[in-house]
Design a protein around this ligand. Structure first.
Ligand code: UT7
Length: 332
């Protein structure tokens, strides 16, 4: 028996129906379509409007899409990891609820919080469980209802984020396909620049924190931008070097969708033309944990068995890294 690697064998997605356009944002804050598009590449994002629905709703829909497409019995799923920065609740795992709702009654699950790198880190976790032989079907969902933590009076954040979810199933592979290598990093300096100040154990919610709007996400955009560009590009370059890959060997770059300028800078560093770069930021904005699996779902038709894909992400914390994966199937 050959070495077991962890391959992605199915993907699924869900984005809510409501489309928040740049034009509509012009009515909420001092901004304009031209500024948003030229500085970020975003045209519109999807928003989950229903007040009674949280991130689990998005995650369940994405998981059900995957289950239907791949035609698997949810009872076969061993483990459910939800990458999210916006769990339904701080206590009571979102993954556990999702697993129950999709009928994964033989699975255990937990949430993994690494901001915009949640899905990347979860790919690593899922793969380790598969490679060890411990589990056979690990479902990873990246899901975020960013609209629940965005301040729609703050133009530095409300133009960027959107809601959505994507799912990927990890299974053992004996042909050498799937996850090949990872380079994951973090740096606690990041919490100065991108954070939700209140609502955690350090600064619990109070009337004062609510009045100061500290329950919303805040960022120093320029600083985060600089760290994102250099770290995402460095990580991508490093994973190529470590695996003796040149730009010609790479079929696709799947970069976190935070800003088109960050994506282009990363592509330039690894000398890839934009025709090899997955981009859907124009449609969804930054969906945090959902960007990478949404790319896979949107580009699934173009992917071929054996394709070399480099994933790269950067997010709050700071957290960042790159993963080199060989795609495992041709989609019909
Ligand atoms: O997902 C991981 C974490 N997040 C990120 O990776 C996001 C990283 N940061 C960014 O993408 C960008 O920094 C932003 C899109 C948030 C901002 O773009 P920027 O090019 O860094 O703009 P800036 O903050 O340097 O502002 C440039 C100008 C300023 O005006 P002055 O001072 O030059 O007159 C801002 O006041 O643009 C102004 N500005 C805006 N104008 C219209 C800032 N936000 C807006 C806006 N609409 N929404």
């Amino acid at each position: 028996m050959g070495k077991i690697t962890a391959a992605i064998t199915a993907v699924g997605k869900y984005v809510p129906d409501y489309t928040l356009t740049n034009k509509e944002l012009e009515t909420l804050v001092e901004t304009n379509d031209e500024w948003i598009f030229t500085r970020t590449g975003i045209k519109e994002r999807r928003i989950l409007k229903d007040a009674d629905k949280g991130t689990s709703y998005l995650a369940i829909k994405a998981a059900q899409d995957l289950i239907a497409k791949r035609n698997i019995d949810p009872k076969e799923i061993d483990m459910v990891i939800i990458g999210t920065a916006t769990p339904d609740m701080n206590v009571a795992s979102t993954a556990v609820y999702v697993a129950t709702k999709i009928g994964a009654v033989n699975a255990f699950g937990y949430d993994l919080q690494a901001a915009c790198s949640s899905f990347l880190y979860a790919m690593s976790t899922a793969s380790a469980y598969i490679e060890s032989g411990r589990y056979k079907k690990v479902l990873v969902v990246g899901a975020d209802k960013m609209s629940s933590i965005v301040d729609y009076t703050d133009r530095a954040t409300c133009i960027i984020f959107g809601d959505g979810a994507g799912a990927a199933l990890f299974e053992p592979n004996e042909e050498g396909l799937g996850l090949q290598d990872e380079y994951l990093r973090s740096d606690g300096i990041g919490r100065e620049f991108l954070r939700i100040e209140a609502g955690g154990s350090l600064n619990p919610t109070s009337q004062e924190t609510l009045d100061a709007r500290q329950h919303f996400i805040k960022q120093e955009g320029k600083t985060v931008f600089k760290y994102a560009v250099s770290n995402m590009a460095d990580a991508s370059e490093k994973i190529l070097e470590r695996n003796n890959l040149t730009n010609d060997d790479i079929d696709w770059l799947a970069p976190h969708q935070a800003n088109l300028r960050i994506i282009e800078a990363t592509a330039r560093r690894v000398k890839l033309g934009m025709d090899k770069v997955m981009v859907n930021i124009q449609n969804y904005g930054n969906t945090t944990s959902a960007t990478l699996p949404l790319l896979l779902a949107d580009y699934e038709d173009k992917l071929k068995k054996g394709d070399n894909i480099v994933f790269a992400a950067f997010g709050g914390g700071f957290t960042w890294g790159a993963i080199y994966l060989k795609w495992a199937y041709d989609s019909k």
